[in-house]
Design a binder for this molecule. Structure first.
Ligand SMILES: Nc1ncnc2c1ncn2[C@@H]1O[C@H](COP(=O)(O)OP(=O)(O)OP(=O)(O)O)[C@@H](O)[C@H]1O
Length: 295
């Protein structure tokens, strides 16, 4: 559905993107993750056909986005990182304008989205908070039921309740067969919505991973308090990773090898056992660090 191939753009300051390549299948939700300045928005602007690449191409449904400018944009929902609203418009005025560009006559879906996102569309945009403007942008990207929706940091400025509503909207559209590409800093949002995610750093894709694969890479961190410090000292699990040991408190990391873990601790008197799951953010950070040579 969406094919990004060898996309390369170098700005005069030497920054940009290099050999960005990935594909997004029909009905797939694809996440695009990376630190500030990594090249997410630059890639997305190319996907929307707003920028001409130095090298490489983007096709949506087989149509080159640069050559087919206009056509692709009409059939694609887009939420930019920063929306430039026309001065003096209300939310409704902006959405009317967008609907006429999209050729949409029926406003039922728009009304439903406004209702779900809970905002007053009659408010002048210059009086809106960042979150409210973001909601207007989300409605504009979804209201014409496009086949493909491209979102650049969709939940920035939204409160946790509205982030949840947004995730529900994405999952409903996904169930209806919509294809998504979504850049984000929020790992929770990526984890809850995406099938796969690319990690971009310094303009280059450093990994494309299945979300389930990433989830299975998650480690459980166990905090064990032994009855006595001597027992903590004696506890030397063979195949498990001991992170820290202080008095009778030992922290270990377990990745899938639970039988080995329960066998090892069965020989000791345990006062308490606490567990936490490494979040996806930590897993992604491992990637960044490895790339930077920190680990
Ligand atoms: N038009 C431009 N001219 C010159 N440099 C640019 C231009 N657009 C982006 N850059 C530079 O290219 C790099 C990538 O920027 P980009 O906005 O794509 O990053 P990003 O991953 O979207 O970051 P953020 O998470 O902060 O939005 C940055 O160093 C940025 O300063």
């Amino acid at each position: 559905m969406l094919k990004v191939e060898d996309l390369t753009k170098r700005f005069s300051n030497g920054r940009g993107i290099e050999e960005v390549t990935f594909t997004v299948a029909r009905g797939e939700v694809f996440g695009f993750l990376g630190p500030n300045g990594a090249g997410k928005s630059t890639t997305i602007r190319h996907i929307m056909g707003f920028m001409k690449p130095d090298r490489g191409s983007v096709t949506i449904n087989g149509l080159d986005v640069w050559k087919g400018q206009g056509t692709v944009q009409r059939h694609t929902g887009y939420l930019p990182g920063e929306i430039n609203f026309i001065d003096g418009m209300t939310g409704k005025g902006f959405l009317d304008f967008m609907a006429s560009m999209q050729g949409v006559k029926n406003s039922a879906k728009r009304e439903q989205l406004i209702d779900r996102l809970q905002f007053d569309a009659a408010t002048p945009i210059r009086k809106m908070s960042k979150g409210m403007k973001q909601k207007v942008g989300i409605v504009a990207a979804f209201m014409h039921s496009p086949d493909v929706i491209i979102l650049d940091e969709p939940t920035s400025g939204l409160d946790p309740l509205m982030q949840k509503v947004f995730i529900e909207l994405v999952l409903e559209e996904k169930a209806a067969g919509t294809t998504f590409l979504m850049s984000s800093h929020s790992f929770q949002e990526i984890e809850r919505t995406c099938d796969r995610a690319a990690i971009i750093k310094d303009g280059k894709i450093i990994a494309v991973k299945n979300i389930h694969e990433l989830q299975s890479m998650q480690r459980k961190l166990f905090e064990i308090i032994f009855e006595a410090a001597e027992e903590a000292e004696r506890f030397a699990p063979s195949g498990l990773q001991v992170l820290t040991r202080e008095g009778n408190l030992v922290r270990i990391a377990v990745q899938g090898n639970y039988n080995e873990f329960t066998r090892e601790i069965a020989n000791f008197r345990i006062r308490s056992l606490d567990v936490s799951t490494q979040n996806l953010e930590d897993i992604f950070m491992n990637y960044y660090d490895r790339e930077a040579g920190v680990q």
